[in-house]
Design a binder for this molecule. Structure first.
Ligand code: NAI
Length: 341
């Protein structure tokens, strides 16, 4: 009996794919034929404690950055015999890893898909905020070619401060060096690839010396709100701040206080606190579910995108390939660097 149950599981895996968008279906369907033992059903619902009941009858689920994979969600999945959680993203601050381990649920992520995709958006946000590109675009569409109020600063020979120099931070260091910037960084571990052109400094020194600060560390219990009023006060006036990592690294209320004080030349945000109910939905005919984004968008030097650092063709292809390989490996009981539980 147990043998047949095992055999069925090893020969076929049914995945329920949460929060599926057209681009997800396209990238996964393009390669699903390579995995004849795996089938996918797509639903638009986001994974959370209530929607987890939909996974009844599935071996695995696939979820994204804004899913709520807390202990409650995991226990509902476990009750429905789901054994594998496939996160199709790099960050996993939204997953209760300890609960997954206790419940015997395997969790795999896509730790590296295209670091350049995120780093290139980070420099894009820095440029857009600094040079007021979105305001310019809107003015020109209105036949207004007045450039008053759109003045930026050069990045050449300025100092870029990169917080977190793993895969994405390293790509950002290379981009900033390419702009002719001096690059300094803060991380608990030095990345040997960067030693020839990056100076590692303390966080306080980075905050006080940088003209551009870009966040590339994961969100952990220790660095929640690492950019708060205390940190903002250490920055010099006219700094550009970019966050493509995770929203709660920045205290939104303190950021708004800093913006009002005139601290920032520009602020570029791909991520922000409380974004989970905003991304990836069309709220153009309704009020936003939380006030954070509207408050931030009030300021002319703030540019925001919709947590879309991952959204390039190359990244989507790698996410699909790695996620399906993760599923195949999980079927075969293979543990590797993509396992977080
Ligand atoms: P990684 O694991 O390669 O590098 C993270 C680096 O941050 C490591 O070197 C680590 O030592 C360092 N670090 C950890 N805590 C730190 C702290 N408190 N202060 C300074 N450094 C710290 O990760 P990777 O691939 O570079 O990704 C970084 C983050 O980017 C992810 O955790 C995720 O939150 C975010 N991300 C955002 C995406 C988007 O679409 N906007 C897409 C993919 C990732």
């Amino acid at each position: 009996m147990y043998f047949f149950a095992f055999l069925k599981y090893t020969l076929n895996m049914k995945i329920l794919f949460y929060a599926a968008k057209t681009f997800d279906k396209e990238s996964f369907n393009a390669i699903i034929d390579r995995y004849p033992d795996i089938s996918i059903d797509y639903v638009s619902h986001k994974l959370g404690p209530r929607s987890a009941t939909m996974a009844d009858g599935y071996d695995a689920i696939c979820a994204f950055v804004s899913a709520n994979v807390n202990a409650k969600t995991l226990s509902v999945l476990a009750k429905n015999n789901v054994k594998i959680v496939l996160m199709r993203c790099a960050g996993y601050n939204n997953v209760d890893i300890e609960a997954a381990k206790e419940l015997g649920i395997t969790v795999k992520t896509v730790p590296k898909y295209s670091p350049e995709a995120i780093a290139e958006l980070a420099i894009g946000l820095a440029l857009a905020a600094n040079r007021r590109l979105c305001k310019t675009y809107n003015r020109i569409r209105d036949n207004n070619f007045d450039i008053d109020g759109l003045c930026g600063v050069n990045l050449f020979q300025k100092t870029a401060g990169i917080i977190g120099t793993g895969k994405i931070g390293a790509a950002m260091c290379r981009i900033c060096a390419g702009f002719g910037m001096n690059v300094i960084a803060y991380d608990m571990y030095k990345n040997p690839e960067l030693e020839s052109f990056v100076e590692y400094v303390s966080l306080d020194e980075l905050l006080s010396r940088s003209d551009l600060i870009s966040l590339h560390c994961p969100l952990t219990d220790e660095n929640y709100h690492m950019i708060n009023m205390d940190a903002i006060n250490k920055m010099h006036d006219g700094v550009i701040l970019v966050n493509t990592s995770r929203g709660p690294l920045i205290d939104t209320s303190d950021l708004i206080r800093g913006i009002k004080m005139g601290k920032f030349q520009g602020v570029g945000l791909d991520v922000y606190e409380e974004e989970a109910r905003d991304v990836y939905y069309d709220h153009s005919s309704s009020l936003l579910p939380n006030p954070s984004a509207s408050r931030l968008m009030d300021y002319p030097n703030v540019v925001m995108t919709a947590h879309q650092g991952f959204y390039t063709k190359e990244a989507l292809q790698t996410i699909a390939e790695t996620t399906l390989q993760n599923a195949q490996d999980a079927m075969n009981g293979i543990q590797n660097k993509n396992n977080i539980a």
